[in-house]
Design a protein around this ligand. Structure first.
Ligand SMILES: [Zn+2]
Length: 320
């Protein structure tokens, strides 16, 4: 199962993509561990092979200094299956490149961490030929909006309508992250799903959102946003109802039990011990729908068309 890392959208920044270079190096903070050079541009860290060079900092942590494009080889490999069509991998590469440059902060001693806090980066061992081809085919291309980098967000499958960043996270509205109908992700195994949520499990996981000692007896969708996602869930308990924000509900109950907030029907099971829910999609749904990018690519759409579909009004710029 590939890793699909939902990324938070960041506020529009003022860095002009025309001032950024695709030949710049990134400083990735790998942490504490054993590092040893293998060649002039390869080293191992805790048994894994990495591109670039390493520096040991005063606090003993290891920094990996690596070319932007070579960093992307690993990141794109972790985020999309290599068997997906080239245009989809190119889209992922442009998104990852834009995201990285937006996150890099020259005021810190490092630019990025290798986990899902930024993007998952595991060095050479996880690299795939498909991802490398996607990065090379789009060398230096980034997504821009109004003289800045576009804010990048993506998730696995939107389930039929992408989500607005404002509804998902309360961010300032960005015109290209308002949400669009998406007919392209129906092949995802998570396009439609059903789950049974035991009331005992819900009682345990939602305990902090409920009156003390309350026991869950039923669920209802309280309100929906423009995309159809649950803005709030009414949790019926033996001590009265509690209204729980959709995002808190999914975070508390877990993404495995509630793949997305695009929940359709909610019904009490015949045993009265659980709720049966069905819904669409996997992830927060903001920005790029990865399965949608795959669907559009299979239909012959180019990377630029896919990006302008999911981020309407943005442009592709090329770094110097
Ligand atoms: Zn979709």
């Amino acid at each position: 199962m590939p890793l699909f890392v939902p990324q938070a959208a960041h506020a529009q920044n003022d860095i002009d993509p025309a001032m950024a270079s695709q030949r710049q190096s990134l400083r990735v903070l790998l942490g504490h561990g054993d590092a040893a050079a293998v060649s002039a541009d390869r080293f191992t860290f805790d048994g894994r092979l990495y591109r670039g060079t390493f520096q040991r900092q005063d606090d003993g942590t290891i920094l990996n200094v690596v070319d932007l494009e070579q960093y992307l080889y690993s990141v794109v490999s972790a985020e999309m299956p290599p068997s997906w069509p080239p245009a989809a991998l190119q889209v992922q590469a442009i998104c990852a490149r834009t995201y990285v440059l937006q996150r890099s902060d020259p005021r810190r001693t490092y630019d990025l961490v290798p986990s899902e806090l930024d993007q998952v980066y595991g060095g050479v061992s996880g690299e795939t030929a498909g991802a490398i081809a996607g990065v090379d085919a789009t060398g230096g291309a980034v997504l821009s909006f109004a003289r800045g980098f576009a804010s990048i967000a993506y998730s696995s499958c939107c389930g039929g309508h992408t989500e607005s960043s404002t509804d998902a996270w309360g961010n300032v509205a960005l015109p290209y992250l308002g949400g669009v109908p998406c007919p392209w992700c129906v092949d995802s195994p998570n396009y439609r799903w059903q789950r049974s949520l035991a009331f005992d499990m819900l009682t345990a996981r939602l305990t902090r959102a409920l009156p003390p000692a309350a026991r869950v007896q039923d669920l209802r969708i309280d309100a929906r946003d423009a995309s159809g996602r649950a803005r709030a869930v009414d949790v019926v308990t033996d001590l009265g109802d509690a209204t729980v924000a959709g995002s808190l509900f999914r975070r508390s109950v877990g993404a495995r039990a509630v793949p997305s907030l695009l929940i359709g029907s909610v019904a009490r099971a015949p045993d009265a011990a659980s709720a049966l829910i069905d819904g669409n999609g996997l992830g927060h749904g903001v920005g790029l729908c990865q399965w949608g990018a795959r669907g559009m690519a299979l239909a012959g759409r180019a990377a630029a068309e896919i990006l302008s579909f999911y981020f309407p009004g943005t442009d592709i710029q090329h770094l110097t």
